[in-house]
Write a protein that binds this ligand. Structure first.
Ligand code: SF4
Ligand code: SF4
Length: 151
């Protein structure tokens, strides 16, 4: 099934080997205009075009409840290891290259920590809303100051 929930992604080598899913062989296509590089290979179908809006999770307010994951129709929200310990207080992040802007995650996040932005705004704001990313190689200086926990 193409959009099966919790389909595995390949993490980078910064996390414990026992926590890693099986590595995947296909990469999603990177947009020429997209400013960040994937840190992992994502074996999920790319969207046909960028959406008008995109969801960005403010990870400082994320409890890791995973409710958003169950609502996302394209399975583009990934679980991120906890900032202080990989297995505790996990976070989630949106794959900005795959979000279709449907707003369901923002509507149903119990902690109201997902906002919808215009695509360009969301892409620009993503690093400062992010504490830890498994997906994108953000500049640490642009990330939320809580990122100090993930150093
Ligand atoms: S629903 Fe909200 S609080 Fe729960 S994991 Fe998603 S972003 Fe975090
Ligand atoms: S806006 Fe829709 S497609 Fe984008 S992350 Fe949220 S649920 Fe998924």
């Amino acid at each position: 099934m193409r959009f099966a929930a919790n389909r595995p992604v390949a993490f980078d080598v910064a996390y414990p080997v026992e926590a890693l899913p099986v590595p995947l062989v296909h990469s999603a296509t990177m947009s020429d205009e997209f400013p960040y590089q994937y840190k992992i290979e994502v074996d999920k179908a790319p969207r046909p075009r960028p959406p008008k809006e995109t969801a960005v999770i403010d990870q400082v307010g994320c409890t890791g409840c995973e409710a958003c994951i169950s609502f996302c129709p394209v399975d583009c929200i990934e679980i991120v290891p906890g900032p202080e310990h990989p297995d505790f207080m996990k976070l989630v992040e949106v794959d900005l290259l795959r979000c279709i802007g449907c707003k369901l995650c923002a509507r149903y996040c119990p902690w109201e920590t997902i906002d919808m932005w215009s695509y360009d705004e969301g892409v620009a704001l993503a690093p400062e809303k992010t504490v830890r990313s498994i997906l994108y190689d953000y500049d640490p200086d642009e990330m939320n100051e809580a990122a100090e926990y993930s150093a």
